[in-house]
Design a protein. Sequence first.
Length: 326
Amino acid sequence: MAAKAGRYRIGVDLGGTKLAVGVVDSGGKIVGEAVTYDHKGLGEEEVLRRIERNVDDALAAAGVARSDVKGVGVLFPGHIRWPEGVTLTSSNLAGFKGFPLRERTEALLGIPCLADNDANAQTLGEFRYGAGVGIDPMVFVTVSTGIGGGIIIDGKPYRGFTGTAGEFGHMIVDASGGQRCTCGNEGCLMGAASGLAIPEAARRTADKLAAAGSCADLPAGCEDYSALDGALLASGCADGNELCRAVVEEFARYLGIGMYNIFQMLNPGAVVLGGGLLNLPEFFFETAVATCYALAGGMMYDRMEIKRGLLGVRAGVLGAASLFEA
Ligand SMILES: [Zn+2]
């Protein structure tokens, strides 16, 4: 097969534990992939070598040469300067403070490189290839261990003055609820309704249920609040566990408040939701949507769509590759 020069892009999804590299064709299809879990705790240079190894493995799987690649997009799990691609901080990787990730990756591979924050890149992926196609402005919110997001305006990520726009996890949704966020503030969406927030939310909810004389037992297979996660919440809800159901309902209401705030600030055509907590039972999504629409009421003239993302685990690789136009 004779590939045209520059026909492919590479997406590098550099996560805290997973390193996924995909070769993406001009239609947004992943034609070769290499996924590993062996870079956690390593220094920057070792991580770079693993990126190069996975790039070569993904190219081999796709039958594509480096010379057929127009660009490599790297998705970084933390703050990073755009367009310089110099990392600022990451709570998921060792080191990477002030590291020139874009420049070093480009030099190592000999292919033009761009590097962006993971949520920004995923937002672009959903806009180009997923649930956000044809919708502009569009907002993406990922609800997972933490909460992140991104904004598309006029076909491009809106980054704000210093690049931190779209940090929806630190939007305050309940200033008096007592939930502490990783940033130190009280009542951020991430402190109120994310994977990190589950144990504290369960403890608080259990106290309320017990005070009301309701059953506040942990779900089957869970011995301690600190072990409660999204999967256990989901199975607990399926078993009719009251505590799990109450926590999921509370999370959904906070997410609905967050989306309402996004509506008021940006009036996007759609909010696309992604991340692991979207695997919670359907009433999580439905309650969040209903909460947002109820708050907006007559102020929402044309309905802002609220949709699930379509890319799932491919959002990272496709999003990173999207940093270069097809
Ligand atoms: Zn916060």
